[in-house]
Ligand binder design. Structure first.
Ligand code: FES
Length: 105
């Protein structure tokens, strides 16, 4: 893939420290997570019900859904705690300069 597949999401200055933020990128609701210096991206909508993960609680690499407290690993979207069973889609992220770029694919 060429660099043209990367989509500008937001300024790195808008990222919260060790927390989650919801952003709409190219019409898709995306959750961005910061864990130390790393940034991860997944779909923002929980695979179990209609809850936005940006309203949940980030603990290390795990995001806890605000509705039924299911959990996902933000690095790859895999479920780590019931009742969630279906993985979230996760997306490559990079920071170039002060911009956060996503590859939605
Ligand atoms: Fe997320 Fe139920 S809606 S765990």
């Amino acid at each position: 893939m060429s660099d043209t597949n990367w989509i500008d999401a937001l300024s790195a200055d808008e990222l919260p420290a060790d927390d989650v933020i919801g952003v709409v990128v190219a019409g898709q609701d995306i959750a961005l997570y910061t864990v130390g210096d790393a940034v991860y991206a997944t779909d923002n909508l929980c695979t179990h019900g209609h809850a936005r993960l940006c309203d949940g609680f980030l603990d290390g690499h795990e995001i806890e859904c605000p509705l039924h407290q299911g959990k996902f690993d933000v690095r790859d979207g895999r479920p780590t705690c019931a009742p969630v069973a279906e993985a979230l889609r996760s997306y490559p992220v990079k920071v170039e300069g002060r911009r956060v770029l996503l590859r939605l694919g």
